[in-house]
Design a protein around this ligand. Sequence first.
Ligand code: UD1
Length: 383
Amino acid sequence: MKIISVVGARPNFIKIAPFIRAIEAFNLENNSKIEHVLAHTGQHYDKNMSDKFFKELSIPMPDVNLGVGSGSHAEQVGHTMIKLEKLLVKENPNWIVVVGDVNATLAGSVTAKKLNIKCCHIEAGLRSKDIRMPEEINRLVTDRLSDLLLTPDRISVENLKSEGVKDHQIRFVGNIMIDTLEANRSKAESLDINRIIYDNLIEEVNDNVEFHEEDFALMTMHRPSNVDEIEILAPIIDFLINEVCLRMNLFWPVHPRTMKQLKRFNLFEKLLNEERMFLLKPLGYHEMMRMNMLAKIMLTDSGGLQEECTVLGTPCLTLRWNTERPVTLKEHGGASVLVGNDVAKIMKEFSETLAESRIPKRPELWDGNTARRCVEEIVNFLV
Ligand code: UD1
């Protein structure tokens, strides 16, 4: 059997690492030979966004890099499809595997199905019900086309059933991101927080500053809906400076999209001059996990971090009005609260969250063994 996996952006790399290891383990245990080809679209190309993750997570170098790079969504998807079609025709795989909800996921599933190649979607069935989100479009199209839909939770199973996907195509396997988290937990625990900060600070900071492990907030933000308009971004920045930094240090690894916008709106200098605000380069996987483990509170618009907070027990304010991952919300036992981008709401939840102490519940099958189940489901799939 030949499988081609397609990845493009940072969260994909984290999800594909355990899948590749599970294929290797399956081949060893069953004396079989699933041939695997890894195709990187090149959507994320910076060292900090891509290479760092391949090295840290011991992902084999991609067999093919389609070199698509930046561009509008249509450009990214279109260029990927043109190049991927040639690869699929040449390799003629039995399966294409796509993960998550990025542009590579959409381009991969559409190209495969146009060539009548079976498609498996890992992390199927997530729905924010917000069609303005590019990722929601990617999820909807990919799930509509996929033959085998592997879901991270039971809510996603119900979403797919309500859309008419047939039972035999849906398999609840758990969350593959958590395989990576559990496999890398002890390495992350061994890292020193001061080292992480000094290695990644964007600005020059006096070497004598000692960072303490307690009471800091951690922040990430990259969604177009939060960073592309000054009317939304500027009040959030004011909140960070006037409220969060008043109470504790704030560490913020800045995504390239956000960095561009901060500079464009002249907000970057303002942040650099703030005493308790520390802007960092995009962190490596272990570095981010270590910071997450130690943070008093997380502020983020990343879906993956919502999930990681739920497993690591870090209270999380999700800077979005909806989520495709309801299982991470407090009402389902998770760590996260939706606060949107309205500063009054963020402020209220920030104070309330800091005042309470609770331990989130680990969702079902987020046990570190999801990748093995994914491989078994592909191998056992009957049309
Ligand atoms: C993408 C995914 C998003 C995911 C996020 C994680 C889609 C639709 N979005 O969003 O779901 O949560 O990745 O990081 O696929 N850039 C660089 N260097 C890089 C990569 C990007 O400078 O290595 C710049 C690009 O030039 C672009 C901007 O950052 O201007 C945004 O990159 P893009 O790939 O379009 O989407 P993300 O916002 O990263």
